[in-house]
Each structure stands twice: as C-alpha cells, then as structure tokens.
Ligand binder design. Structure first.
Ligand code: TYD
Length: 192
C-alpha cells in the first residue's frame, strides 16, 4: 500500500508520518517512509532552486516541474514491493498543487504511481507562514493560499481523507489513525 501525505508547508507531515509509522509497526505492519524531494543529487539541486527568489516565476516553475518529476522516478521502482506499507512525505500531487501549467505537470508525471490513500493535512495559511522559516520562495501567504485551494480541488480526484491540521499533534495523530484504520482492516477499538 502506498500512503501519501500532502499539505502546505508546515502542515506537520514529517511529525505525523513518524507517529503513523510507529503505530502501524506496533500493529504488525512493515513500513518504509519516503520523502520528496529525495536526498539524491537531483533532490539537492531542487533544494538549491527553491531558495532562488524567482522560483515561482513561470520559467522556473517549468524547470522545477521537470526536476521534481526526475527526482520522483528514482523512488518509483521501490513501490512495487507489496510486502510493505510505503508512507511518503509528498508525491506528484505536490507538483500539481505547486507547479503550473497543469497539463505540463500531468504529462511529466504520467508514470508516477497514484497513491492508494491520500492524507491531506489541511492547515490555515497564516499558521503555515508562522511555522515556516520563509527561506524558500514558496513560503509566502499569497502563494500558499493558491496551493491550499489547489489541494482541496485535487482531493476529489483521489481516495482522500482530509485531516484538520490546525489541532494539536496528538489530536491530529488520532484523527489520522481513525482515517487509516478502515483501509488496513484495523479494528476501531484497537486505536490508542
Ligand atoms: P521541504 O523542505 O520538504 O518542505 P516541507 O518540509 O515544508 O514539505 O521542501 C519541499 C518544497 O518543495 C515545498 O515547498 C513543496 C515544494 N514541492 C513542489 O513545489 N513540488 C513538488 O513536486 C514537491 C515534491 C515539492
């Protein structure tokens, strides 16, 4: 199973992925976590690009779309191992939410695997801006407002559970467990 976490910057994806991983392992599942951008050379190049003040200009967005798609291909083969649950911090759905134009991004990601379950951590944009460093060019209120809207539209195209990420860590974590349990046949009463 391929579970993908998405959400605007600062939504708490990495913390929640770790908590979900520990809980699934306690329930007897084998779990591997993935992160996009990866720590490959392509991923490192992406992180450099993200610090550029013009990273959300049209020209950069197209190049970034290509780089994200190339980086993603480095982890796609892994996903054919069906003995594990893969939990990924972002996916091609981030490219659809952050980059333009949509037709271009769709073509580039034709071979990217669709998640079996998308968990969208929905956070207020003002909280996002307060939680992030502002170093990356995407971390600003106007841009993230558009990204958040894109995510809510995209959620309809996937098997998706929307989680309110404005709550505290423990509440968000228990909401995620409740959302995931039915997909894995875990009984609701076993959720701690
Ligand atoms: P990262 O430092 O991982 O941010 P966060 O921890 O907040 O998720 O950097 C990822 C940034 O790259 C983030 O701003 C989202 C953006 N991004 C895209 O624009 N397109 C993509 O396809 C992916 C995977 C990420």
């Amino acid at each position: 199973m391929y579970i993908v976490f998405e959400g605007i910057d600062g939504a708490g994806k990495s913390t929640q992925i770790q908590l979900l991983k520990e809980w699934l392992e306690a329930n007897g599942f084998r779990v591997e976590t993935l992160v996009e951008p990866t720590d490959s050379e392509v991923g490192k190049l992406i992180r450099k690009f993200l610090q550029h003040p013009d990273a959300n200009s049209e020209q950069f967005q197209k190049t970034l779309g290509l780089l994200f798609a190339a980086d993603r291909m480095l982890i796609m083969d892994k996903l054919s191992d069906d003995s594990k649950i893969f939990i990924s911090d972002r996916s091609f759905i981030s490219s659809l939410a952050y980059q333009e134009p949509a037709e271009w991004i769709e073509v580039l990601n034709k071979y990217a695997k669709k998640p079996d379950l998308l968990l969208l951590l929905d956070l207020d944009v003002k909280k996002s801006v307060a939680r992030t460093s502002g170093e990356d060019t995407f971390e600003n209120e106007a841009f993230l407002t558009g990204v958040k809207e894109n995510y809510l539209k995209l959620s309809k195209d996937f098997t998706c559970e929307i989680i309110n990420a404005n709550n505290g860590v423990n509440k968000v974590s228990s909401d995620i467990k409740k959302a995931v349990a039915p997909y894995l046949g875990i009984c609701p009463d076993c959720i701690l």
